[in-house]
Design a protein around this ligand. Structure first.
Ligand SMILES: [Zn+2]
Length: 425
């Protein structure tokens, strides 16, 4: 099979119109998307995907955490399958491309294989991971974490959203509308995993390259800080005796900002959430919960900076009590060198200008890398904007990324187990 044959069946117009169709499920404003994980809207997007897959006889299935699969069976189905995809959930202020591109590029890959009359040796399986974004149920990348065994299922099922709805309840609600989907057990070992995604940064656009081959993902640590003080009257309680949880939190955040200041601008430090109780204008706050998100590409630096967080919060607490809970510690990750090398060769053969690029954001591919060779394909997005209504990726760039995925998946689907082993090194 000549290189480029499968890619030649990738249909730019179909790929684009499907982005627009999914963008109408949960739309706000002109082009925004708010599609929370495991919501009715999520169910609607999943049903649309299954319906497209069934048109070309793909086999749908779902697992105990509602990861959704569409399978093109191989001629040797006993071999480990090639897994491709991303996610369908969005941030509350999301756009039409984050996650969706990876899922639709995977669907387009399967469309191209079917249209070419190509029967892969290994099965090729599309996946849409559950709750990548983590905005409804935190932390995110929940479906891929459970699938890869990075986090046990039981505590995930007990997580609750801001309305008190548990993951287990939300899963039951979703499952009621998907009674016709076969269930499969949680987890399997793929031969390889490839995830396409918009870059969510400015690098590819500035370089004028339609595809990036992702070298790895920077490390990330997160915390939840709970500050406890005492409610008091804003007019009568003297400052000397106040236990103002918000003022203490402000001191902590200022101390963290000084500690994490980086003249080279490589450290990423964010306090994205601040919940104030009782959140009333004339009451001294009694309780504040805030989030800390810290990222760095170097494992040692991330460890050193992060290990200072709890101590700084305690020493800035004043008369309040503080509890610092470490939620997540993902060290920096390098994707499979052999797989990336093959993808570079395929991009060259397709005459797609490419470059290596590091990912500043986390992705489900992090968890899949625990199971076998994993890699990602980035495409440019306008002005690097993401998690925003203005998020935009050009049809020709989506097309380029999908072509690279289609050809890569076809090569992987023909690889024997020795070739698969070589992808890791
Ligand atoms: Zn995403």
């Amino acid at each position: 099979m000549p290189v480029g044959r499968i890619a030649s069946f990738v249909d730019r117009e179909r790929l684009w119109s499907r982005h627009m169709a999914l963008g109408r499920i949960g739309t706000f404003g002109e082009t925004g998307v708010n599609r929370p994980a495991l919501s009715a809207l999520d169910g609607e997007a999943r049903a649309q995907l299954v319906s497209w897959g069934r048109r070309i006889s793909l086999l749908p299935s779902t697992d105990p955490i509602a990861n959704l699969f569409l399978e093109l069976p191989g001629s040797q189905p006993e071999l480990a399958p090639v897994l491709i995809g991303s996610h369908l959930d969005s941030q509350p202020t999301g756009g039409r491309f984050d996650g969706v591109f990876g899922v639709l590029a995977a669907l387009e890959t399967l469309e191209a294989m079917v249209a070419a009359g190509y029967r892969p040796r290994r099965s090729v399986v599309l996946v849409a991971w559950t709750n990548e974004e983590g905005s409804r149920f935190a932390p995110g990348m929940m479906g891929s974490a459970a699938f890869a065994g990075a986090r046990p299922l039981e505590p995930i099922l007990a997580l609750r959203d801001a309305d008190g709805i548990s993951v287990a309840d939300a899963l039951a609600g979703l499952a009621a509308g998907e009674a016709d989907l076969p269930r499969r057990p949680l987890g399997f070992r793929p031969a390889a995993y490839v995830e396409p995604h918009i870059e969510q940064g400015p690098v590819l656009e500035a370089a004028g390259r339609p595809v990036g081959i992702v070298s790895g993902i920077q490390g990330k640590r997160t915390w939840r800080v709970t500050v406890r003080g005492a409610e008091a009257h804003a007019g009568t309680e003297p400052h000397a005796s106040r236990r103002d949880a918000l003022m203490a939190a402000v001191e902590m955040i200022a101390a963290l900002k000084r500690h994490l200041d980086d003249p080279a601008d490589i450290v990423r430090f964010t306090v994205g959430r601040l919940d104030v109780t009782p959140n009333a204008p004339s009451v001294v706050p009694s309780r504040v919960v805030f989030s800390i998100d810290l990222r760095h590409p170097d494992a040692g630096t991330l460890l050193r900076l992060g290990d200072g967080v709890a101590g700084l919060c305690v020493s800035a607490a004043g008369r309040c009590e503080v509890e610092v809970e470490a939620l997540l510690h993902d060290p920096p990750l390098e994707f499979a060198p052999g797989l990336r090398a093959r993808m570079r060769g395929i991009a060259d053969a397709l005459e797609l200008p490419w470059q290596d690029i590091a990912s500043g954001a986390g992705h489900d591919a992090r968890h899949l890398a625990l199971l076998g060779p994993a890699a990602m394909i980035f495409v440019p997005c306008r002005n690097g904007i993401s998690h925003n209504e203005a998020e935009y990726a050009a049809p020709e760039h989506l097309h380029a990324g999908a072509r690279l995925l289609a050809e890569t998946a076809a090569r992987l689907a023909e690889a024997d187990d020795d070739e698969i082993r070589e992808l890791a090194s």
